[in-house]
Every structure is written in C-alpha cells, then in structure tokens.
Design a protein around this ligand. Sequence first.
Ligand SMILES: [Zn+2]
Length: 263
Amino acid sequence: MTLTEVKALVIRTTDLSESDRLIRLYSDRFGIVSAYANNSRSLKSRYMAAAQLFCYGNYVLYQKGDKFWVREVELENNFFGLRASITKTALGSYFCDVLSEAGTTDPDVSLLRLILNCLYALEKDLAPEAKIKLCFEMRCAAALGFMPDLSGCSECGNDEGELYLDVLGGTCTCKDCREYAASVRQEGMVITEGEEERRPVLILSPGVRAALRYVMECPIERIFSFRVSDADEEALSVAAEQYLLHHLGRGFDTLKFYKGVSG
Ligand SMILES: [Zn+2]
C-alpha cells in the first residue's frame, strides 16, 4: 500500500452505487488520475464534500496496484458560487470536460493553474463569461502544444490587414498569397488533393490576432486584462472556440448546453 498526496481538481464524477463514487482528478503530480471515493454519498462521509465537481484541494490517495482510493482530503476551494448560476455551472463543466479529454497522465501544472484561474474568475465575476471562455480555450490550446504563429503571413511576412489562419497547420497567409496560391493551383502548376480545400480556415483581423497572441503569451494572472473593439469581440470568441475544438477533433455536450442556456 502506498499513500500519495496531490493537489487536484475534481473534473468528473461517476456514481457507482448508493454510496460509492469514482472521481476523476486533474492533479499536479499525475495529470489525470481516477480515484474511488467510498461512502462519498453518505451524509456521514468525510469525503462527501470533496468528491464533487469543481472541488480543489490536497487529496491523499491510497494506491493499490493501478487503483487509487481517496483517503483524506483537505479542501481549499469548491467554487460553490458557480452553482448559483446555471450558465456558470455549464461553462465550468465544459472546462472540466476539455481537461478530461485533453489531459494526460503527464501532468501540466500550467493547465491546472489555467482552469483554477478561470473557475475563480467565473465565480467572482472578474470578467464576462464569453471572455473567460475564450481565454480558457486559446490558452489551453497553446498549453497543449497547438500554438499558432500569428505574427504575419508565413509566405511573405505581411503583418497588416486580415490574415487567413490555417487552423490545423497553425500558420497564416495574407490575401495576396492566398489568391496567388489559388491561381497557381488553378493553372495546374501544383497538384493538390481536394483535402486542401476543406481545411478549416479562420479570417483574423489585426485586433483579433493581437488579442489571441496576448492571451497565449501573457502572464496567467493578467490573462483577462485586454480589450478588443466591439467589432472584433464576436470574431475573437468564434476563433478561440473553433481553434480548440478543431485541434481536439470533437465537440462537447456541456458546450452545447452552455450555448443553449446562455442564449
Ligand atoms: Zn503573404
């Protein structure tokens, strides 16, 4: 038997019986780890309060073979304030689902800090929900290794005006270079498969590019401290969401639900 102590956030819970629950944690030492919280639903349980979504603290885990059980918990935060709002609960659940999907057993403390910062900002109304959402999405994509190069056109270096971001390739081209590439293809100088045409592309204004670069590169404690024009606001939200979802290769029910309730 081994006892291990981790700092961790509960990102998913599954009830196994009347009294037993399996919780998925994102931890500082193991990345994603699942642990059984026995008797977690009984009123007398010491673990009950710490076996719920959004709970964060010091978890002492008992390990036997490849399985873990929660032995003791010292709760630091349960982000209880989120539960008063259906949109905040939905958005926080989406963040947890993303981490659950994208996280691995290779721990990344920057991801843990990111989600804790975002849950805290949501709970305390430190920024509008849409802003917190896009910051989480873009910074998460960057932390997962999908940071795009938004500095300018990858062909000619042009960094003015709108640029076309090849989402999966992570590089931008300007309008001229894009049109040139299209004309070359039409003249048959370059043979391409139809595949090329279906690659997702985002058209980014200078303001949106600057905001995305800021969110990916700034110190985490200053992540919400930027402004964009009203015209760029919607495009920025769309870009961050599309960028992350294309890289993860899937959508999320919790995101659909959030969009439904946030109208
Ligand atoms: Zn160019």
